[in-house]
Write a protein that binds this ligand. Structure first.
Ligand SMILES: C[S@@+](CC[C@H](N)C(=O)[O-])C[C@H]1O[C@@H](n2cnc3c(N)ncnc32)[C@H](O)[C@@H]1O
Length: 260
């Protein structure tokens, strides 16, 4: 559950109007029925990440933060310092991500820091140190070189890494990854690889992480693909989703890994 709330004194009609002028990736629930109409399933994603409810005293790095929902959520859970990074969508002409992030930081009265840093540029110097908790959500399949990306992520992690990713070939019982040429995955040329769970675990270990833990797949592409209504996925009941997910060969999974 999220408890993000706008600072006192803001006019609700003004907030609604501002939300309506932007396009949103993240679905922020700001309380009292106020939501951003994100096309990402953010609030369900939050539930399956298994983030600690209390992050008091911890430092958090959110790599590929987009509108910043998970960075702000970690701050709300008590993190002492939160750093959000991105480059791709923050520089993308016409994308509202950067302006959404800045506006949210203002209305939430947040002190989340930011750096314009791509995964290719990730070093402890670029993000001002190493972090207790690192979020790498929805980024791994964008990597042309997944092991190289995870090695850089390892360099900035001193505690726990949380990975959320597209997975594929779940019916293959050796480490394997599907390759998506051109824009063949979701009509998006930035999607390159769909590893299966064993491949993600192997990549994490080879990048220097230990104690790798996987959680059950939480949503299948097939589930969404079967139920597209225009461009917006229609929600199915949890029971139907679970039945479809259990038969799917691709989907989304969460992994936790630590550094020794
Ligand atoms: C699907 S969004 C995920 C956003 C957020 N982390 C979440 O899970 O809700 C992918 C993010 O990865 C970033 N990214 C990093 N490297 C990328 C790359 N090579 N290609 C595309 N996006 C990339 C994008 O800018 C974007 O913020």
């Amino acid at each position: 559950m999220t408890t993000l709330r706008p600072k006192a004194g803001l006019d609700r009609a003004g907030l609604e109007q501002e939300i309506a002028t932007r396009s949103w990736f993240h679905t922020f629930d700001l309380g009292d029925g106020l939501r951003t109409p994100g096309y990402d399933d953010t609030l369900n994603k939050l539930e399956i990440l298994h983030l600690p409810a209390d992050l008091t005293g911890r430092t958090v790095l959110d790599i590929g933060s987009y509108d910043g929902f998970f960075a702000f959520e970690c701050e709300a859970r008590g993190a002492e310092r939160v750093m959000a990074t991105d480059r791709w969508c923050w520089e993308w002409p016409g994308n509202d991500a950067r302006r959404n992030f800045d506006w949210m930081r203002d209305i939430l009265d947040s002190t989340v820091e930011d750096r314009l840093v791509s995964v290719e540029e990730l070093t402890p110097e670029a993000v001002d140190g190493t972090y207790d908790v690192v979020l790498f959500l929805g980024v791994l399949y964008h990597a042309p070189d997944p092991l190289g990306y995870l090695r850089r992520v390892r360099e900035v992690t001193r505690g726990t890494l949380v990975v959320e990713t597209l997975v594929d070939l779940l019916d293959v019982d050796v480490p394997a990854a599907a390759y998506y040429p051109g824009a063949s995955m979701n009509n998006d040329a930035s999607n390159h690889w769909g590893p299966n769970a064993a491949a993600v675990e192997g990549l994490l270990r080879d990048a220097g992480f230990t104690d790798v833990r996987r959680f059950d797949p939480w949503s299948s592409n097939r589930t969404w693909a079967l139920h597209l209504d225009g461009n917006r996925p229609r929600r199915l009941s949890r029971r139907v989703r679970e039945r479809l997910d259990s038969r799917a060969r691709s989907g989304r999974m969460v992994f936790h890994a630590t550094v020794a």
